[in-house]
Design a protein around this ligand. Sequence first.
Ligand code: DGJ
Length: 727
Amino acid sequence: MGITFNEEKKVFLLKTKNTSYQFRVAEFGFLEHLYYGRRVEEAVDYIPVRLRHGFEANPYEMKQDRTLCLDVLEQEYPGFGVSDFKTSACSIIHADGSNCIDFRYVSHRIYNGKYTIEGMPSLRNKGDDWMTLEVVLQDVATKVEVTLFYGVLESCDVITRHAVIRNLEDTEITLHAAHSTCLSFPTDEMDQIDFYGSWGHERNAQRTPVRHGKTVVDSIRGISSHYYNPTIVLCDHETTETAGDCYGVALVYSGNFQITVEVNDFKQTRVVAGIHPDTFYWKLNPGETFATPEAVMSFSAAGLTGLSHHYHDVVRHFLIPGQFENQRCPVLLNNWEATMIDFDEEQLMQIASAGKELGVEMFVMDDGWFGRRTNEFRGLGDWQCNLEKLPSGIAGFSKRIHGLGLKFGIWIEPEMISEDSRLYEEHPDWCIAIPGRKPTRQRYQLILDYSRDEVVEYIFDQIYNEFKDAEIDYIKWDMNRSMTDRFSQALPAERQGELCHRYVLGFYKLMEKLTTTFPQIRFEGCCGGGGRFDMGVLYYAPQIWCSDDTDAIERICIQHGTSFFYPPSVMGAHVSVCPNQQTGRSVSIDTRAALAYYGTFGYELDPNELNDEEKEAVKRQIQYYQEHALTSAFGKYYRLTGVGHEFVAFMSVADDQKSAVFSFVQRRTSANKGIIYIKLRGLNEAAVYTIPELGLELSGASLMYAGLPMPVIKADNTAKTFTLIQK
Ligand code: DGJ
């Protein structure tokens, strides 16, 4: 049973295949966290020890007994303003201006299946895999309620959380914080791993010991952002890729978020994650509710790789749209790095035809096909084909591309508006900007106010009308700026704090409408590269463009960091032109492919400009991906080394262990060095694998425990890819 309630001890026991999560109804109805970790069968209600602590406040009910203080009692959903002075999960201003919230247990229910969150993405309820626990708490002095939702997915060792706050008062209240989850540990002997970056440098894994005080990873850019990913790992100091305890928290959310890790002097570590409170407040009228986004938690005792595999499994099987499960993306050719915005129909046809000759399966027309888009300063918002560039229109052009035997993909950036556009001339008030203040521009564009339904509807209609008669197989959904000048002309002053979250809800609404209207179209998320690489987007789009930095050597780090929470199959990765447009670095075309194999695979270049040798390489690479994608991108992924070494190695093993793809990248060559041995992972010990590239036949046990000697490579930044096929 995934969820039980021990009536006698008042303990909730949530169990997955290998993990347990426990909390109880403690004195006076406080909902007290007990344990998360390796599976234990019994209730561990002996864990909290009540002690008298100096200078700590006590609940009124304790009278003269000073042994219970909320600063030490770890609540599942701590409120604000009473005696828990740590980061709160929820903060509310009542009608009288007071801001205490002190939640106590009221009731609970347990059922099969999983809750849904209206208007927001969350892990999918499929068959009987899930159980749900709902616990209702109410403020001790008012009729403000919160329902805590726990989803238990036994098979993937995953527990999800989300909260719904309900105002049952007869006056309005204002939410100032409404987080998704709060997780507590009775120790400060932990490390945290988070993922920082910037444009072109997304998701660098950074590991530091947790520290007294608060550490915050967050975004206030309106998007989850290139700068921090809405995910975090907490682990023992000793935890490695292959062994040790570790926990993950990931938000299924694409907007402003905050993850706070706080350590107090009692050596307790608390993690609170959810919508960023600095850019948020929300009025709740009597009877209204507010739903937080979902948080996905997991625990592994098998090290960081084990934890990643839990997340990879839920993303692949319970998050992305079902019709794309285990379906690789057609090998695509995108014209962006070949032409940028400056192209015409015949030029694109030549690029597409040349791609077809090399074996490409889909042509993607990137930015530049619509409205007045002759440069990046104009045209956004007008989703009608620019007939001067494409006389056949989108319908006609898509048919021409299909006529070549290629699938057809197209780029859109539907959340944006250029001041030089017909849309802006007609609706200048539809952008996010503060009247009387010149708006900050980024890439010379503004953001449409998706908190307004009519804006979302209008953009949907435009895109629908333009695409309904076209033959479209794939849409790249881009988003190229941070949100500033936060103001909606449709919201009253006292509701401006709702804009950022309402914007995200509008974004999800359009995503939902377009993906369900065109279910056969594969969407790819994009945000100036990987600025919105999160589980919210993956609910609608089975893949996200990882980064605008297509340099294979830079991609090592980016894809390494991304792989902690996201499987290779969702990582947009392409072979691009050299010297690389972002870094100026040149590496061999096979090195470029070695990184793209562990992703969606495709090309960002003009094949007409390749030499004969490169063309042969492209043909070979495409065949390789066609044969091995279900292993390299959809298999179990292993980070075999860190990324700071002279060499880097990674591999994927097919779920049935019958094949594997392994890549070794020599970063820096050097004279007179010893042989490098790499120990492979995830293979079947007893099986014998042939490695055609090396002419070897070896057992899984030898490859994993004795290791594989790497060839001597007399070149910097050179990758070799090896295939393992079980005999
Ligand atoms: C940013 C994307 O990441 C690029 O791949 C490309 O689509 C450009 N935008 C187009 O403007």
